[in-house]
Design a protein around this ligand. Sequence first.
Ligand code: COA
Length: 443
Amino acid sequence: MATADDQLIQDNVDLIREVFLYANRFRGKRFVIQIGSELVEDQWFPSIVRDLGILHRAGIQIILVPGAGKRIDEVLHKYGLPIVRKGTTRISDDEAMPLIKMAAFDVANAVLTQLTSQKIDAMIGNWVRARAIGVRDGVDFQNAGLVAGVNEEFLTKVLAEGHVPILPCIGWSATGKPYNISSLELAATTAEKMKAEKLFFLDDDLEFDAEGHLLPPDGVLVKEGRITRMLARSAASFAETNDNLDDLEYEIMRLGSHAALHGVQRVHYLNGMVDGAILREVFTALGQGTMIYTDEFEDIRPMRSEDIPEVLRVMEPSISAGILVQRDEDYMLRMYEHFAVYVADGAVRGCCALVPYGSQHAEIAGLAVDQNFAHLGIGNKLLSYFRNVAHERSIRHLFLLTTQTGDYFESIGFRQASLEQLPPERQASYNPQRKSRIYILPL
Ligand SMILES: CC(C)(COP(=O)(O)OP(=O)(O)OC[C@H]1O[C@@H](n2cnc3c(N)ncnc32)[C@H](O)[C@@H]1OP(=O)(O)O)[C@@H](O)C(=O)NCCC(=O)NCCS
């Protein structure tokens, strides 16, 4: 009998597999990481930097964009200057600008110092071009600027040499005039321009829960109340339909969905106060925060013979529990062409087969979802996929046999049927000992 220790070792082995899978996947890729100003000044910041060191040593190219809002507020307050904002944009006059610049570089320096303590080579630079926001709706934004571009060539060189570039929230016009820019916008634009694999927004209490929000009808996955994933287009509509989002939440959702729709593979929102938040998000499948993805991430594709070991791994718990009939490598070698797999981040997380009987009937078989990915809608997606396939092939009746999962299939429209309703060939191979129930979905 497996002991608690055996279980712990097994869990660790599973975790190590997962970590290596992701570590290999991300080597040489670029991550742009925006860190909220509260977090940069927090006592836990060194532990975040330690985790960034791990990413850096794993061969990931990191660009850091620290927010300086808190520090700027402190400095302006100290010198008796007003603090004026419109949404997430600070409106700053000529008198405040030298202090803002000083505070922004002060924060960048603090980040550089922390990186140095982790033996990571880092650089602060003037790689950002900016232009004035100007006057909008009668409001003069004065020295607040928009990101006009980043020096991609130079950043590429800095990254290739193994440095971590740090971008303070200051940009310069073509004539050298400095502007205060939003670190959120800077991170998102840099991620797009630098073709980053991932863009992170890390803050001290950032969490998107399902409760209290209007969720778009599709493309949203929720686990234990947390929105774990949203399709980029769903994230855009989430930002527009939820007027209870605060300015920061709205802005990062808007920028994040834009970045995801413009080439950034994934955008992640994380509560940086959770120990190891960024490592959990990068190296484990379900992560810790909320992720924006494009359709490409969750993929259903026909199974290939090299998927056999992974498919058997996904099925194994259901086979051991007697829910699925025994399947081995020989069976899979004969049948894999009838299967489709659901792949997330390069690993198989679900499988299902459609086995034709004559031209009118087909059986849904071998449906299984990785237990760590249960209740995320993967089962439903695989079934919808095969419903479409069946439709395209003019199949009239989908059927399946199950001993324990009847409720699930009934909930999605299957109805219980009798043995006589199956095609004769399948009636002949029905195993009466197993006493499976028969379900049919007329199409
Ligand atoms: C059945 C199975 C494929 C569902 O996959 P899934 O991706 O977790 O399911 P979805 O997320 O698409 O659907 C979830 C909903 O289906 C229902 N559901 C899931 N599993 C169920 C089950 N075993 N019995 C009854 N209802 C079930 C629940 O209502 C659930 O809603 P919830 O998330 O709000 O609780 C998965 O649980 C599995 O692999 N089971 C073991 C193998 C099996 O039974 N295969 C079918 C044999 S033919």
